[in-house]
Ligand binder design. Structure first.
Ligand code: DGL
Length: 268
């Protein structure tokens, strides 16, 4: 079957489902294919070389299905490999929408010179400096502090919102946010919108910014809503049952999740 009107959504696992749910809000009657690279997660501690290898396989998979519009529902991929993927796959007919680049303009809007934006992210995203690069293209005088938050994904996946260690881990990172007097805090990992209750114990809720809203807006500005009833197919590279079980907290998965075999990364 050729899915030319379909939007492909890709992430390492379940986190990108938070982005899918924002896309469905703005384009409810589109058809979606969600791809979770569960064999290779987490991406947040992998090298660029590895992530590029995984991403190429996924984009080739979308190409074989005839899917042309791809939302990168992963900050780590947007940070590390988007530019390479764009160069390689745009000439092959794909239109790729990344999280970070879509969010930079909205994240900077309403702020003035000297204001600070903090970014909570995986180690790989924070280390890449990509949020700072993109935001400072909009306004070079905004200060951007990128804060690696290892362990935050696990708090969400294990739903340990009430655990003392989770509170302390979040408090430690929010101290940096408060010291910098941040005017805005970007939830720079797809799991983090689920930490909002915990995060907003330390700062007002309205300073937190979810890049998925900007990505959804960017996709909706060029992809037309179809006349069909919205529907999502799910593909993963490992353990479909576990994906369905843990993904349910982010998105209603009411059909079978299909397993795809992909080439395995090996160092040369
Ligand atoms: N979805 C990834 C992101 O937004 C986080 C999970 C991972 O490390 O694979 O960066």
């Amino acid at each position: 079957m050729i899915y030319s009107d379909t939007i492909g959504v890709m992430d390492s696992g379940v986190g990108g489902l938070t982005v899918l749910s924002e896309l469905v809000k703005v384009l409810p009657s589109s058809k979606y294919i969600y791809f979770g690279d569960t064999l290779n997660l987490p991406y947040g501690c992998k090298t660029k070389e590895e992530i590029l290898f995984f991403n190429r396989n996924i984009l080739n998979f979308f190409l074989t299905l005839g899917v042309k519009d791809i939302a990168i529902a992963c900050n780590t991929t947007s940070a590390l490999t988007y530019e390479d993927l764009k160069k390689e796959f745009t000439p092959r007919g794909l239109r790729i929408f990344p999280l970070i680049h879509s969010a930079a303009y909205d994240a900077a809007s309403g702020l003035k010179d000297g204001d600070c934006i903090c970014v909570l992210a995986t180690s790989a995203t924070a280390k890449s400096g990509k949020y700072a690069d993109e935001i400072q293209k909009i306004n070079p005088n905004i200060r951007v502090v990128e804060i690696p938050c290892p362990g935050f994904v696990e708090i969400v996946e294990n739903r340990r919102y009430d655990a003392k260690e989770s509170y302390l881990a979040v408090e430690e990172k929010m101290k940096i946010v408060l010291e910098n007097n941040a005017k805005r805090v970007i939830l720079g990992c797809t799991h983090y919108p689920y930490l909002l209750d915990l995060l907003s114990k330390f700062a007002p809720r309205d300073i937190f910014f979810n890049p998925a809203h900007s990505l959804a807006k960017a996709v909706a500005s060029v992809v037309k809503n179809t006349e069909t009833a919205g529907d999502v197919d799910f593909y993963v590279t490992n353990n479909p049952d576990e994906f369905k079980r843990s993904g349910k907290m982010f998105f209603e998965i009411n059909k079978e999740v299909q397993l795809v075999k992909m080439p395995v990364f090996s160092q040369v």
